[in-house]
Design a protein around this ligand. Sequence first.
Ligand code: ZN
Length: 134
Amino acid sequence: MELTHIEHIGIAVKSIEESLKYYEGVLGLKCYAIEEVTDQKVKTAFLKVGQTKLELLEALAEDSPVAKFIEKKGEGIHHLAFATPDLPGALKEADEKGLRLIDAAPRKGAEGLNIAFLHPKSTGSVLTEFCSDK
Ligand code: ZN
């Protein structure tokens, strides 16, 4: 499959406001967008360092996947997102090679991207996201 770069790294946080004290206040990065993704019950904040984005994820409800993640593992790196010019093709190939898909078809994520997740059980415990701007 064709993956072009790390689109972003998703980081689960209890509070975006608190976390920005570190990412902006200490690391000197700039948060350029805050967006709610209602079907995932999360608020996202995006920062950029070079070509790579960091996506801070804060749960908006107790049954949000991010709330469950923090409950089990605590705050920290949540997922790795790869950019691909061919999201349906990448998903098809992952499926054919026996990986477990969380999203069988692309859906809308933050920043208007089409996204799909692979289950960490079949990716060496790394929740993996594919993103495409097409
Ligand atoms: Zn993501």
